[in-house]
Write a protein that binds this ligand. Structure first.
Ligand code: ATP
Length: 514
Protein backbone atom coordinates (compact mmCIF):
# COMPACT_ATOMS: atom_id res chain seq x y z
CA UNK A 1 0.00 0.00 0.00
CA UNK A 2 1.30 3.49 -0.83
CA UNK A 3 2.54 5.33 2.26
CA UNK A 4 0.07 8.15 1.62
CA UNK A 5 -2.81 5.67 1.82
CA UNK A 6 -1.40 4.22 5.04
CA UNK A 7 -1.35 7.70 6.50
CA UNK A 8 -4.94 8.43 5.45
CA UNK A 9 -6.07 5.15 6.98
CA UNK A 10 -4.22 5.94 10.18
CA UNK A 11 -5.92 9.34 10.47
CA UNK A 12 -9.37 7.82 10.04
CA UNK A 13 -8.51 4.98 12.43
CA UNK A 14 -7.52 7.56 15.06
CA UNK A 15 -10.94 9.13 14.72
CA UNK A 16 -12.99 5.95 14.46
CA UNK A 17 -11.55 4.46 17.64
CA UNK A 18 -11.51 7.56 19.83
CA UNK A 19 -7.81 8.45 19.66
CA UNK A 20 -7.83 11.87 17.98
CA UNK A 21 -10.70 14.13 16.85
CA UNK A 22 -10.46 17.38 14.89
CA UNK A 23 -11.08 20.21 17.35
CA UNK A 24 -14.50 21.92 17.21
CA UNK A 25 -15.61 19.41 14.62
CA UNK A 26 -19.30 20.30 14.67
CA UNK A 27 -18.24 23.84 13.70
CA UNK A 28 -16.15 22.44 10.81
CA UNK A 29 -12.95 22.28 12.83
CA UNK A 30 -10.16 24.71 13.67
CA UNK A 31 -6.96 24.58 11.63
CA UNK A 32 -4.22 22.40 13.09
CA UNK A 33 -5.92 22.00 16.47
CA UNK A 34 -6.93 18.53 17.66
CA UNK A 35 -8.61 16.89 20.63
CA UNK A 36 -7.64 13.56 22.13
CA UNK A 37 -10.46 11.11 22.70
CA UNK A 38 -11.01 8.42 25.29
CA UNK A 39 -8.27 6.14 23.91
CA UNK A 40 -5.94 8.94 22.83
CA UNK A 41 -5.77 10.50 26.26
CA UNK A 42 -4.72 7.17 27.79
CA UNK A 43 -1.97 6.61 25.24
CA UNK A 44 -0.82 10.20 25.63
CA UNK A 45 -0.75 9.93 29.42
CA UNK A 46 1.29 6.73 29.18
CA UNK A 47 3.81 8.39 26.84
CA UNK A 48 4.14 11.28 29.28
CA UNK A 49 4.53 8.92 32.20
CA UNK A 50 7.22 6.92 30.38
CA UNK A 51 9.15 10.12 29.68
CA UNK A 52 8.63 11.68 33.12
CA UNK A 53 9.64 8.58 35.02
CA UNK A 54 12.67 7.99 32.80
CA UNK A 55 13.83 11.50 33.70
CA UNK A 56 12.74 12.04 37.28
CA UNK A 57 12.75 8.51 38.75
CA UNK A 58 15.83 7.20 36.99
CA UNK A 59 18.02 10.26 37.61
CA UNK A 60 18.63 11.37 41.16
CA UNK A 61 19.79 14.74 39.85
CA UNK A 62 16.70 15.55 37.76
CA UNK A 63 13.56 17.09 39.26
CA UNK A 64 10.36 18.31 37.66
CA UNK A 65 8.38 21.55 37.66
CA UNK A 66 5.14 22.85 36.20
CA UNK A 67 5.44 26.50 35.25
CA UNK A 68 2.61 28.73 34.03
CA UNK A 69 1.80 29.21 30.36
CA UNK A 70 1.61 32.99 30.83
CA UNK A 71 4.93 34.58 31.67
CA UNK A 72 6.26 38.08 31.90
CA UNK A 73 6.47 39.37 28.30
CA UNK A 74 10.08 40.50 28.75
CA UNK A 75 11.04 36.83 29.01
CA UNK A 76 10.26 36.46 25.30
CA UNK A 77 12.25 39.56 24.49
CA UNK A 78 15.22 38.14 26.41
CA UNK A 79 14.94 34.71 24.80
CA UNK A 80 14.93 36.23 21.32
CA UNK A 81 11.44 35.00 20.44
CA UNK A 82 9.92 38.48 19.98
CA UNK A 83 12.54 39.46 17.43
CA UNK A 84 13.55 36.21 15.85
CA UNK A 85 10.96 33.45 16.27
CA UNK A 86 9.91 33.88 12.66
CA UNK A 87 9.25 31.78 9.62
CA UNK A 88 9.67 33.21 6.11
CA UNK A 89 6.29 33.09 4.39
CA UNK A 90 5.26 33.47 0.77
CA UNK A 91 1.79 33.59 -0.83
CA UNK A 92 0.66 32.34 -4.17
CA UNK A 93 -1.48 35.11 -5.69
CA UNK A 94 -3.69 32.73 -7.67
CA UNK A 95 -4.57 30.11 -5.06
CA UNK A 96 -4.25 32.62 -2.17
CA UNK A 97 -2.45 29.83 -0.31
CA UNK A 98 0.36 30.62 2.07
CA UNK A 99 3.58 28.63 2.29
CA UNK A 100 6.82 28.62 4.23
CA UNK A 101 9.47 29.68 1.73
CA UNK A 102 12.08 27.48 3.43
CA UNK A 103 9.80 24.44 3.28
CA UNK A 104 9.12 24.96 -0.45
CA UNK A 105 12.86 24.94 -1.07
CA UNK A 106 13.50 21.97 1.22
CA UNK A 107 10.79 20.04 -0.64
CA UNK A 108 12.55 20.88 -3.89
CA UNK A 109 15.84 19.51 -2.50
CA UNK A 110 13.97 16.36 -1.49
CA UNK A 111 12.67 16.06 -5.06
CA UNK A 112 16.25 15.87 -6.38
CA UNK A 113 16.98 13.19 -3.77
CA UNK A 114 13.92 11.27 -4.91
CA UNK A 115 15.05 11.44 -8.55
CA UNK A 116 18.47 10.08 -7.58
CA UNK A 117 16.96 7.29 -5.50
CA UNK A 118 14.66 6.32 -8.38
CA UNK A 119 17.63 6.00 -10.75
CA UNK A 120 19.44 3.86 -8.17
CA UNK A 121 16.41 1.64 -7.57
CA UNK A 122 15.91 1.17 -11.34
CA UNK A 123 19.54 0.17 -11.85
CA UNK A 124 19.51 -2.13 -8.81
CA UNK A 125 16.55 -3.99 -10.31
CA UNK A 126 18.21 -4.19 -13.71
CA UNK A 127 21.62 -5.46 -12.57
CA UNK A 128 20.50 -7.61 -9.67
CA UNK A 129 23.19 -8.98 -7.38
CA UNK A 130 26.02 -7.62 -9.50
CA UNK A 131 24.89 -4.05 -8.75
CA UNK A 132 27.45 -1.81 -7.09
CA UNK A 133 25.51 1.13 -5.69
CA UNK A 134 28.46 3.27 -4.65
CA UNK A 135 30.03 2.98 -8.09
CA UNK A 136 26.73 3.71 -9.81
CA UNK A 137 26.18 6.84 -7.71
CA UNK A 138 29.64 8.16 -8.49
CA UNK A 139 29.61 7.44 -12.24
CA UNK A 140 26.10 7.49 -13.68
CA UNK A 141 25.63 10.66 -15.74
CA UNK A 142 21.99 11.27 -14.79
CA UNK A 143 22.65 10.72 -11.09
CA UNK A 144 25.63 13.06 -11.21
CA UNK A 145 23.57 15.72 -12.95
CA UNK A 146 20.79 15.57 -10.32
CA UNK A 147 23.37 15.48 -7.53
CA UNK A 148 25.14 18.57 -8.83
CA UNK A 149 21.86 20.50 -9.05
CA UNK A 150 20.88 19.34 -5.59
CA UNK A 151 24.19 20.33 -4.03
CA UNK A 152 24.18 23.75 -5.70
CA UNK A 153 20.64 24.40 -4.48
CA UNK A 154 21.46 23.21 -0.98
CA UNK A 155 24.50 25.47 -0.82
CA UNK A 156 22.57 28.50 -2.08
CA UNK A 157 19.70 27.82 0.34
CA UNK A 158 22.03 27.39 3.34
CA UNK A 159 23.72 30.69 2.51
CA UNK A 160 20.37 32.49 2.22
CA UNK A 161 19.17 31.09 5.55
CA UNK A 162 22.41 31.94 7.29
CA UNK A 163 22.23 35.51 6.02
CA UNK A 164 19.44 36.57 8.27
CA UNK A 165 17.61 34.92 6.32
CA UNK A 166 17.96 36.85 3.05
CA UNK A 167 14.29 37.07 2.06
CA UNK A 168 14.90 38.34 -1.50
CA UNK A 169 17.30 35.52 -2.16
CA UNK A 170 14.80 32.92 -0.84
CA UNK A 171 12.22 34.27 -3.30
CA UNK A 172 14.75 34.28 -6.12
CA UNK A 173 15.59 30.63 -5.43
CA UNK A 174 11.89 29.74 -5.65
CA UNK A 175 11.64 31.57 -8.99
CA UNK A 176 14.89 30.13 -10.40
CA UNK A 177 13.91 26.60 -9.43
CA UNK A 178 10.52 27.22 -11.07
CA UNK A 179 8.69 25.95 -7.98
CA UNK A 180 4.94 26.03 -8.54
CA UNK A 181 2.05 26.22 -6.08
CA UNK A 182 0.68 22.68 -5.66
CA UNK A 183 -2.89 24.06 -5.71
CA UNK A 184 -2.91 26.58 -8.59
CA UNK A 185 0.10 25.17 -10.42
CA UNK A 186 1.37 28.73 -11.06
CA UNK A 187 4.57 30.61 -10.21
CA UNK A 188 2.72 33.81 -9.31
CA UNK A 189 4.48 34.39 -5.97
CA UNK A 190 4.41 37.40 -3.63
CA UNK A 191 7.46 38.75 -1.80
CA UNK A 192 8.79 36.71 1.11
CA UNK A 193 7.94 38.18 4.53
CA UNK A 194 8.87 37.27 8.08
CA UNK A 195 6.02 36.00 10.23
CA UNK A 196 6.26 35.74 14.02
CA UNK A 197 4.90 32.45 15.32
CA UNK A 198 3.89 33.58 18.81
CA UNK A 199 0.23 34.02 19.75
CA UNK A 200 -0.54 37.12 21.78
CA UNK A 201 -3.35 38.01 24.09
CA UNK A 202 -4.08 40.66 26.69
CA UNK A 203 -3.88 40.38 30.44
CA UNK A 204 -5.77 42.57 32.91
CA UNK A 205 -8.22 45.38 32.23
CA UNK A 206 -6.92 48.46 33.97
CA UNK A 207 -7.77 51.96 32.78
CA UNK A 208 -4.21 52.32 31.47
CA UNK A 209 -4.80 49.41 29.17
CA UNK A 210 -4.00 45.77 29.34
CA UNK A 211 -0.58 44.18 29.09
CA UNK A 212 0.24 42.25 25.95
CA UNK A 213 1.28 38.73 26.88
CA UNK A 214 2.27 35.71 24.83
CA UNK A 215 1.17 32.11 24.87
CA UNK A 216 4.48 30.33 25.41
CA UNK A 217 5.93 28.82 22.21
CA UNK A 218 8.12 26.44 24.25
CA UNK A 219 8.19 25.27 27.85
CA UNK A 220 11.95 25.74 28.25
CA UNK A 221 11.86 29.39 29.33
CA UNK A 222 9.72 28.48 32.35
CA UNK A 223 12.58 26.24 33.43
CA UNK A 224 15.30 28.86 32.86
CA UNK A 225 13.59 31.55 34.91
CA UNK A 226 13.04 29.07 37.76
CA UNK A 227 16.38 27.31 37.67
CA UNK A 228 17.82 29.14 40.66
CA UNK A 229 14.62 28.68 42.71
CA UNK A 230 14.85 24.95 42.13
CA UNK A 231 18.60 24.81 42.66
CA UNK A 232 18.39 26.61 46.01
CA UNK A 233 15.23 25.02 47.42
CA UNK A 234 16.17 21.54 46.18
CA UNK A 235 19.84 21.96 47.18
CA UNK A 236 20.79 20.80 43.70
CA UNK A 237 24.43 20.55 42.70
CA UNK A 238 25.66 20.91 39.16
CA UNK A 239 25.24 18.88 37.02
CA UNK A 240 21.46 18.71 37.49
CA UNK A 241 18.36 18.80 35.34
CA UNK A 242 14.84 20.20 35.44
CA UNK A 243 12.07 18.44 33.51
CA UNK A 244 8.72 19.82 32.47
CA UNK A 245 5.71 18.68 30.45
CA UNK A 246 3.28 21.28 29.20
CA UNK A 247 1.40 22.99 26.43
CA UNK A 248 3.10 25.20 23.86
CA UNK A 249 1.55 27.32 21.14
CA UNK A 250 2.83 28.30 17.71
CA UNK A 251 0.93 30.04 14.97
CA UNK A 252 2.35 27.69 12.33
CA UNK A 253 1.98 28.99 8.78
CA UNK A 254 1.66 25.65 7.16
CA UNK A 255 -0.09 23.28 9.46
CA UNK A 256 -0.22 19.94 7.72
CA UNK A 257 0.18 16.28 8.37
CA UNK A 258 -2.35 15.82 11.11
CA UNK A 259 -0.87 16.09 14.62
CA UNK A 260 2.69 16.40 13.27
CA UNK A 261 2.48 20.19 13.14
CA UNK A 262 -0.14 21.72 15.41
CA UNK A 263 -0.87 25.21 16.65
CA UNK A 264 -1.47 23.99 20.20
CA UNK A 265 0.70 21.06 21.24
CA UNK A 266 2.51 19.58 24.17
CA UNK A 267 6.22 19.38 24.86
CA UNK A 268 8.36 17.34 27.23
CA UNK A 269 11.54 19.28 27.85
CA UNK A 270 14.48 18.76 30.12
CA UNK A 271 17.19 21.36 30.67
CA UNK A 272 20.41 19.95 32.08
CA UNK A 273 22.69 22.49 33.77
CA UNK A 274 26.41 21.78 33.54
CA UNK A 275 29.77 23.34 34.22
CA UNK A 276 31.07 25.41 31.27
CA UNK A 277 33.51 23.37 29.23
CA UNK A 278 31.80 20.03 29.98
CA UNK A 279 28.77 20.66 27.78
CA UNK A 280 29.84 18.72 24.69
CA UNK A 281 30.49 15.62 26.78
CA UNK A 282 26.99 15.92 28.26
CA UNK A 283 25.53 16.61 24.85
CA UNK A 284 26.96 13.30 23.64
CA UNK A 285 25.62 11.49 26.68
CA UNK A 286 22.12 12.88 26.31
CA UNK A 287 22.08 12.09 22.60
CA UNK A 288 22.74 8.44 23.46
CA UNK A 289 20.38 8.34 26.43
CA UNK A 290 17.50 9.75 24.46
CA UNK A 291 17.94 7.45 21.47
CA UNK A 292 17.97 4.48 23.83
CA UNK A 293 14.68 5.68 25.33
CA UNK A 294 13.09 5.70 21.87
CA UNK A 295 14.54 2.35 20.80
CA UNK A 296 13.33 0.62 23.99
CA UNK A 297 9.82 0.76 22.53
CA UNK A 298 10.84 -2.03 20.19
CA UNK A 299 9.74 -0.69 16.80
CA UNK A 300 13.14 -1.55 15.29
CA UNK A 301 16.38 0.40 15.21
CA UNK A 302 15.95 1.15 11.50
CA UNK A 303 13.09 3.52 12.41
CA UNK A 304 15.46 6.05 13.96
CA UNK A 305 18.32 8.24 12.85
CA UNK A 306 20.18 11.30 14.05
CA UNK A 307 20.18 14.44 11.99
CA UNK A 308 23.03 16.68 13.11
CA UNK A 309 22.38 20.35 12.41
CA UNK A 310 24.65 22.10 9.95
CA UNK A 311 23.11 25.50 10.57
CA UNK A 312 23.23 26.13 14.29
CA UNK A 313 21.05 28.68 16.04
CA UNK A 314 23.24 31.57 17.16
CA UNK A 315 23.17 30.39 20.77
CA UNK A 316 23.91 26.70 20.17
CA UNK A 317 27.29 24.99 19.86
CA UNK A 318 25.89 21.58 18.95
CA UNK A 319 22.45 20.32 17.95
CA UNK A 320 20.91 17.17 16.62
CA UNK A 321 17.44 15.83 15.92
CA UNK A 322 16.23 12.32 16.53
CA UNK A 323 14.21 11.50 13.45
CA UNK A 324 11.60 8.78 13.15
CA UNK A 325 10.45 7.02 10.01
CA UNK A 326 6.89 8.34 9.64
CA UNK A 327 4.63 7.31 6.72
CA UNK A 328 5.85 10.51 5.03
CA UNK A 329 9.58 9.89 5.55
CA UNK A 330 12.11 10.50 8.33
CA UNK A 331 10.93 13.45 10.45
CA UNK A 332 12.10 15.19 13.61
CA UNK A 333 10.51 13.93 16.81
CA UNK A 334 13.01 15.28 19.31
CA UNK A 335 15.70 17.94 19.37
CA UNK A 336 18.82 17.80 21.54
CA UNK A 337 20.61 21.10 21.81
CA UNK A 338 23.70 22.40 23.51
CA UNK A 339 22.42 25.93 24.24
CA UNK A 340 25.57 27.31 25.93
CA UNK A 341 24.78 29.89 28.64
CA UNK A 342 22.77 31.99 26.20
CA UNK A 343 19.33 31.81 27.86
CA UNK A 344 20.52 32.27 31.44
CA UNK A 345 22.80 35.16 30.46
CA UNK A 346 19.98 36.85 28.58
CA UNK A 347 17.65 36.58 31.58
CA UNK A 348 20.38 37.96 33.80
CA UNK A 349 20.77 40.89 31.43
CA UNK A 350 17.07 41.64 30.95
CA UNK A 351 15.98 41.10 34.57
CA UNK A 352 19.00 42.82 36.08
CA UNK A 353 19.22 40.03 38.67
CA UNK A 354 22.17 37.77 39.18
CA UNK A 355 21.27 34.16 38.51
CA UNK A 356 24.74 32.71 38.77
CA UNK A 357 25.39 29.37 40.39
CA UNK A 358 27.86 29.19 43.24
CA UNK A 359 29.93 26.05 42.82
CA UNK A 360 31.11 24.92 46.28
CA UNK A 361 33.60 22.51 44.75
CA UNK A 362 35.68 25.23 43.13
CA UNK A 363 34.50 28.10 45.30
CA UNK A 364 33.44 30.12 42.25
CA UNK A 365 30.24 31.49 40.72
CA UNK A 366 29.39 30.98 37.07
CA UNK A 367 26.49 30.88 34.65
CA UNK A 368 25.88 27.21 33.86
CA UNK A 369 25.78 25.84 30.33
CA UNK A 370 22.67 23.98 29.28
CA UNK A 371 21.92 20.81 27.35
CA UNK A 372 18.29 20.62 26.32
CA UNK A 373 16.27 17.59 25.28
CA UNK A 374 12.98 18.64 23.73
CA UNK A 375 10.35 16.27 22.43
CA UNK A 376 6.77 16.82 21.25
CA UNK A 377 4.21 14.55 22.93
CA UNK A 378 1.93 14.72 19.90
CA UNK A 379 4.70 13.90 17.44
CA UNK A 380 5.74 11.01 19.64
CA UNK A 381 2.10 9.90 19.67
CA UNK A 382 1.98 10.03 15.87
CA UNK A 383 5.24 8.12 15.49
CA UNK A 384 3.98 5.38 17.84
CA UNK A 385 0.60 5.12 16.13
CA UNK A 386 2.14 4.96 12.67
CA UNK A 387 4.64 2.26 13.65
CA UNK A 388 1.99 0.26 15.53
CA UNK A 389 -0.72 0.32 12.84
CA UNK A 390 -0.86 -3.02 10.97
CA UNK A 391 -3.27 -4.62 8.56
CA UNK A 392 -2.88 -8.38 8.63
CA UNK A 393 -4.34 -11.19 6.57
CA UNK A 394 -5.06 -14.17 8.78
CA UNK A 395 -4.72 -17.87 7.94
CA UNK A 396 -8.45 -18.16 7.30
CA UNK A 397 -8.27 -15.34 4.75
CA UNK A 398 -9.90 -12.72 7.00
CA UNK A 399 -8.14 -9.43 7.62
CA UNK A 400 -7.66 -7.62 10.88
CA UNK A 401 -6.41 -4.16 11.81
CA UNK A 402 -4.22 -4.34 14.87
CA UNK A 403 -2.36 -1.66 16.76
CA UNK A 404 0.86 -3.31 17.92
CA UNK A 405 1.43 -0.77 20.65
CA UNK A 406 4.11 -1.45 23.26
CA UNK A 407 2.06 -3.05 26.06
CA UNK A 408 3.24 -0.47 28.58
CA UNK A 409 1.75 2.34 26.46
CA UNK A 410 -1.49 0.65 25.36
CA UNK A 411 -4.60 2.54 26.55
CA UNK A 412 -6.34 -0.64 27.76
CA UNK A 413 -4.27 -3.54 29.06
CA UNK A 414 -6.90 -6.22 29.43
CA UNK A 415 -10.38 -6.84 28.01
CA UNK A 416 -12.64 -8.97 30.17
CA UNK A 417 -15.30 -10.87 28.19
CA UNK A 418 -17.98 -13.29 29.31
CA UNK A 419 -18.62 -15.77 26.49
CA UNK A 420 -22.38 -15.23 26.78
CA UNK A 421 -24.54 -12.71 28.59
CA UNK A 422 -26.19 -15.26 30.90
CA UNK A 423 -25.63 -18.28 33.15
CA UNK A 424 -23.70 -16.22 35.71
CA UNK A 425 -20.80 -15.53 33.32
CA UNK A 426 -21.16 -11.72 33.39
CA UNK A 427 -21.14 -11.81 37.20
CA UNK A 428 -17.99 -13.92 37.23
CA UNK A 429 -16.36 -11.59 34.70
CA UNK A 430 -17.23 -8.55 36.82
CA UNK A 431 -15.78 -10.25 39.88
CA UNK A 432 -12.46 -10.80 38.07
CA UNK A 433 -12.44 -7.26 36.71
CA UNK A 434 -13.18 -5.75 40.11
CA UNK A 435 -10.04 -7.39 41.39
CA UNK A 436 -7.74 -6.58 38.45
CA UNK A 437 -8.88 -2.99 37.85
CA UNK A 438 -6.71 -1.81 40.74
CA UNK A 439 -3.61 -3.07 38.97
CA UNK A 440 -4.08 -1.96 35.36
CA UNK A 441 -6.66 -0.53 32.99
CA UNK A 442 -9.33 -3.12 32.13
CA UNK A 443 -12.33 -2.89 29.82
CA UNK A 444 -15.46 -4.98 30.14
CA UNK A 445 -17.15 -6.10 26.91
CA UNK A 446 -20.08 -8.48 26.55
CA UNK A 447 -21.61 -7.28 23.26
CA UNK A 448 -21.41 -9.19 19.93
CA UNK A 449 -19.55 -12.38 19.11
CA UNK A 450 -16.18 -13.11 20.70
CA UNK A 451 -14.53 -12.71 17.26
CA UNK A 452 -15.93 -9.19 16.87
CA UNK A 453 -14.89 -8.29 20.39
CA UNK A 454 -11.32 -9.45 19.69
CA UNK A 455 -11.24 -7.28 16.54
CA UNK A 456 -12.38 -4.24 18.52
CA UNK A 457 -9.65 -4.79 21.09
CA UNK A 458 -7.01 -5.37 18.36
CA UNK A 459 -8.00 -2.05 16.82
CA UNK A 460 -7.25 -0.16 20.04
CA UNK A 461 -4.12 -2.17 20.77
CA UNK A 462 -5.23 -4.08 23.90
CA UNK A 463 -2.43 -6.60 24.54
CA UNK A 464 -4.56 -9.18 26.39
CA UNK A 465 -8.15 -10.44 26.41
CA UNK A 466 -9.68 -13.02 28.72
CA UNK A 467 -12.82 -15.02 28.04
CA UNK A 468 -14.95 -16.35 30.85
CA UNK A 469 -16.90 -19.48 29.84
CA UNK A 470 -19.01 -22.13 31.56
CA UNK A 471 -15.92 -24.12 32.42
CA UNK A 472 -14.62 -21.11 34.36
CA UNK A 473 -17.38 -21.51 36.91
CA UNK A 474 -16.08 -24.99 37.63
CA UNK A 475 -12.28 -24.70 37.40
CA UNK A 476 -11.63 -20.99 37.98
CA UNK A 477 -9.61 -20.78 34.76
CA UNK A 478 -10.09 -18.42 31.81
CA UNK A 479 -8.86 -18.26 28.21
CA UNK A 480 -6.11 -15.68 27.86
CA UNK A 481 -5.55 -14.37 24.34
CA UNK A 482 -2.44 -12.56 23.19
CA UNK A 483 -2.99 -9.66 20.74
CA UNK A 484 0.10 -10.18 18.59
CA UNK A 485 0.32 -13.98 18.36
CA UNK A 486 -3.45 -14.50 18.77
CA UNK A 487 -2.48 -17.60 20.77
CA UNK A 488 -4.90 -18.66 23.46
CA UNK A 489 -4.07 -20.47 26.66
CA UNK A 490 -5.99 -21.60 29.67
CA UNK A 491 -4.80 -19.93 32.88
CA UNK A 492 -5.96 -19.81 36.49
CA UNK A 493 -7.71 -16.59 37.53
CA UNK A 494 -5.39 -16.37 40.51
CA UNK A 495 -2.41 -16.21 38.10
CA UNK A 496 -3.74 -13.39 35.88
CA UNK A 497 -2.22 -10.53 37.78
CA UNK A 498 1.18 -12.25 37.91
CA UNK A 499 1.14 -12.98 34.20
CA UNK A 500 -0.11 -9.60 32.97
CA UNK A 501 0.91 -6.86 35.39
CA UNK A 502 4.60 -7.09 34.75
CA UNK A 503 4.28 -7.15 30.98
CA UNK A 504 2.07 -4.07 30.78
CA UNK A 505 3.82 -1.92 33.36
CA UNK A 506 5.88 1.14 32.60
CA UNK A 507 8.28 -0.02 35.31
CA UNK A 508 9.26 -3.04 33.21
CA UNK A 509 9.88 -0.78 30.23
CA UNK A 510 11.97 1.55 32.37
CA UNK A 511 14.07 -1.37 33.60
CA UNK A 512 15.22 -2.03 30.03
CA UNK A 513 16.84 1.43 30.06
CA UNK A 514 19.20 0.66 32.90
P1 ATP B 1 10.10 21.95 13.25
O1 ATP B 1 11.42 22.19 12.59
O2 ATP B 1 9.46 20.64 12.85
O3 ATP B 1 9.16 23.11 13.20
P2 ATP B 1 11.36 22.76 15.62
O4 ATP B 1 12.79 22.43 15.32
O5 ATP B 1 10.87 24.14 15.53
O6 ATP B 1 10.39 21.77 14.79
P3 ATP B 1 11.67 22.64 18.44
O7 ATP B 1 11.47 24.08 18.61
O8 ATP B 1 13.04 22.08 18.56
O9 ATP B 1 11.02 22.18 17.05
O10 ATP B 1 10.64 21.87 19.38
C1 ATP B 1 10.95 20.64 20.01
C2 ATP B 1 9.95 19.57 19.66
O11 ATP B 1 8.61 20.04 19.82
C3 ATP B 1 10.01 19.09 18.21
O12 ATP B 1 11.00 18.11 18.04
C4 ATP B 1 8.63 18.54 18.00
O13 ATP B 1 8.53 17.21 18.48
C5 ATP B 1 7.76 19.43 18.86
N1 ATP B 1 7.08 20.45 18.05
C6 ATP B 1 7.57 21.63 17.64
N2 ATP B 1 6.65 22.32 16.94
C7 ATP B 1 5.54 21.54 16.91
C8 ATP B 1 4.24 21.68 16.35
N3 ATP B 1 3.89 22.78 15.70
N4 ATP B 1 3.35 20.69 16.52
C9 ATP B 1 3.67 19.57 17.20
N5 ATP B 1 4.88 19.38 17.75
C10 ATP B 1 5.81 20.34 17.62
Amino acid sequence: MAQEDVFKKLVSHCKEYGFVFPSSEIYDGLGAVYDYGQMGVELKNNIKQYWWQSMVLLHENIVGIDSAIFMHPTIWKASGHVDAFNDPLIDNRDSKKRYRADVLIEDQIAKYDEKINKEVAKAAKKYGEAFNEAEFRSTNARVLEHQAKRDALHERYAQAMNAGPDLNELRQIILDEEIVCPISGTKNWTEVRQFNLMFTTEMGSTADGAMKVYLRPETAQGIFVNYLNVQKTGRMKIPFGIAQIGKAFRNEIVARQFIFRMREFEQMEMQFFVKPGTELEWFKKWKETRLKWHKALGFGDDHYRYHDHEKLAHYANAATDIEFLMPFGFKEVEGIHSRTNFDLSQHEKFSGKSIKYFDPEINESYTPYVIETSIGVDRMFLSIMSAAYCEETLENGETRVVLKLPAALAPVKLAVMPLVKKDGLPEKAREIMNDLKFHFHCQYDEKDSIGKRYRRQDAIGTPYCITIDHQTLEDNCVTLRNRDTMKQERVAISELNNIIADKVSITSLLKTLQ
